[in-house]
Design a protein around this ligand. Structure first.
Ligand SMILES: NC(=O)C1=CN([C@@H]2O[C@H](COP(=O)(O)OP(=O)(O)OC[C@H]3O[C@@H](n4cnc5c(N)ncnc54)[C@H](O)[C@@H]3O)[C@@H](O)[C@H]2O)[C@H](O)CC1
Ligand SMILES: [K+]
Length: 495
């Protein structure tokens, strides 16, 4: 159930189910029942309920909800954008099932209402919400009533999570068959409240036949590919991660990444340190080794030893030609690469150079871990990125343009592979936004890749473990705390 379906994919699934013999009105009835059940869960005694219906099938769902809630003895008022005789298809049939009055939606006010059912727009939102509907949305959001949205809060684009002019802020959202990307991407996620996925009879086989390429990032996506310690294993079997350090005043980032890589399970980790910083790195490290490596040439020498299986390059490494050369050397050695921070910035506006790195690293994998600013500098001009309608599609376009797995970080981190697969992460707590946590993420992913976890799922697992570690620690987290929370996260994954 991890697939995330776009509005078009959902409509296609609908269509195939209807073609398979389930009338659309039956799907609408089931949708309405699921919403009515959610509205009634936890209420005691009769409620004053306003059901706000739009001009399409989202509104049709609303008419079903209104009928069921009235039949359950509640005081239900229906306010509709268009009179029932202007509805068509299943929505018209659902409206005929409503025996009560249909009041106008324009000018509606929430006075004295306990519950509001938002059935104005769902998957069919096609443009920004304008007057007079914006006043209705404002009245919903100003009300003290419980707000339950049907399928998608009205005003939220189900595919992109963006607000189209204005949008309902719901306490709960009931969607159907699978969640949409807009339920996980910001700000859509914040407008949904708690999202419930109702089964309305869309078969899993129907979803599978659509070859959906987007998923919610969760252990179910990659748990079976996690490296697992085995009795016969020894540290050399679990790979050797190299993290390049910056100069004497900028060594902490590499150590954060290195410790994260070790906690992620890499058998050995070495900090490749400029000679001037060896003493300071060595003074802080115990299980992690330090090697004096002065620039790209000496990194190339180090990598003649094939046991160094993965590298994290970028954290506080310095921006410029030498960093670019180190990246190219590591790629030429065909080692798994995580490029973060300064390594990304060193390829700003040089997508061709980045493509060359990814190509020469193959078949080893490359993961880029930009935040939004680094992403813009890397991919600002890339084909497909500028036209992308959502963070999900921007990450997808960047993965296709670079040939690398792209982790576009944020509260709704998107992980995208060049082959079109993508996952949206939703477990990152707000306190993860603190200095150095990006270094830790790069290290976790590097540690998993050092153990030969396939590139895309290593990035997905790393992002999820990073968020889970932060959630386990709680507010007040600083980057150094994160690697120490990984054993607890591992236990939840390997039990
Ligand atoms: N399997 C399922 O997912 C099922 C979903 N159902 C519900 O159907 C809607 C989608 O219905 P649709 O008619 O395609 O779209 P909407 O009802 O969301 O609205 C489209 C309607 O509104 C007009 N419109 C769009 N944007 C605006 C705007 N900004 N201002 C004014 N008018 C606008 C547009 O022209 C259309 O007329 C889905 O969300 C589910 O709730 C099925 O009922 C059950 C199966
Ligand atoms: K809605």
């Amino acid at each position: 159930m991890l697939e995330l379906m776009t509005c078009a994919e959902m409509a296609a699934a609908d269509g195939r189910t209807i073609a398979g013999g389930t009338p659309g009105i039956v799907l609408m009835e089931r949708a309405g029942q699921a919403v009515a059940e959610r509205v009634l869960a936890g209420v005691a005694g009769p409620q004053r309920i306003a059901v706000l219906c739009g001009p399409g099938n989202n509104g049709g769902d609303g008419f079903v909800v209104a009928r069921l809630l009235a039949a359950a003895g509640h005081d239900v008022a229906v306010h509709a954008l268009v009179p029932p005789d202007r509805l068509t298809g299943d929505a018209a049939e659902a409206a005929r099932g409503w025996q009560g009055e249909v009041l106008p939606l324009a000018g509606w006010r929430a006075d004295g209402v306990d519950i509001i059912v938002d059935a104005i727009f769902g998957a069919g939102l096609a443009r920004d919400i304008a007057a007079p509907l914006d006043a209705v949305i404002a009245a919903v959001n100003a009300a003290s009533a419980q707000v339950v949205a049907v399928d998608v809060p009205s005003g939220i684009d189900g595919d992109t999570g963006t607000v189209r002019g204005c949008a309902v802020r719901a306490d709960e959202t009931v969607t159907f068959a699978r969640r949409k990307p807009g339920h996980l991407l910001l700000p859509g996620r914040e407008h949904c409240g708690r999202v419930h996925v109702a089964d309305i009879g869309i078969a899993d086989a129907t979803v599978a036949a659509l070859d959906v390429r987007t998923a919610a990032n969760a252990p179910g996506l990659w748990r079976d590919k996690l490296p697992r310690p085995d009795a016969a294993g020894h540290k050399y079997k679990r790979g050797h991660l190299v993290v390049a350090s910056g100069g004497p005043a900028r060594t902490g980032a590499a150590r954060l990444a290195a410790r994260a890589g070790l906690r992620a399970g890499a058998g050995l980790v070495t900090v490749a340190s400029p000679p001037a910083a060896v003493a300071i790195n060595a003074g802080h490290l115990t299980a992690i080794m330090v090697r004096a490596v002065d620039g790209a040439e000496q990194l190339a020498d180090l990598l003649t030893d094939a046991r160094f299986s993965a590298l994290v390059l970028g954290p506080a490494l310095g921006i410029g030609e030498e960093t670019r050369r180190m990246v190219e050397v590591a790629a030429a050695a065909r080692r798994h690469l995580v490029l973060d921070a300064d390594a990304l910035t060193s390829f700003s506006n040089n997508l061709a150079g980045l493509w060359q790195v990814v190509t020469s690293a193959a078949p080893a994998g490359v993961v880029l871990t930009p935040h939004e600013g680094e992403f813009a500098r890397l991919f600002g001009e890339a084909g497909g990125v500028a036209q992308a309608r959502s963070k999900l599609e921007r990450a997808r376009a960047a993965a296709a343009a670079s040939g690398a797995v792209v982790v576009l970080k944020g509260p709704d981190t998107v992980i995208a592979a060049p082959d079109g697969r993508a996952a949206i992460n939703e477990n990152a707590p707000p306190w993860l936004a603190t200095a150095g946590t990006g270094d830790v993420l790069a290290g976790i992913i590097g540690g998993l890749m050092a153990q030969e976890m396939p590139t895309f799922v290593a990035a997905c697992a790393g992002v999820w473990m990073h968020g889970a570690a932060a959630a386990a620690f709680g507010p007040g987290l600083i980057a150094e705390d994160l690697p120490e929370m990984l054993p607890q996260v591992w236990r939840t994954l390997l039990d």
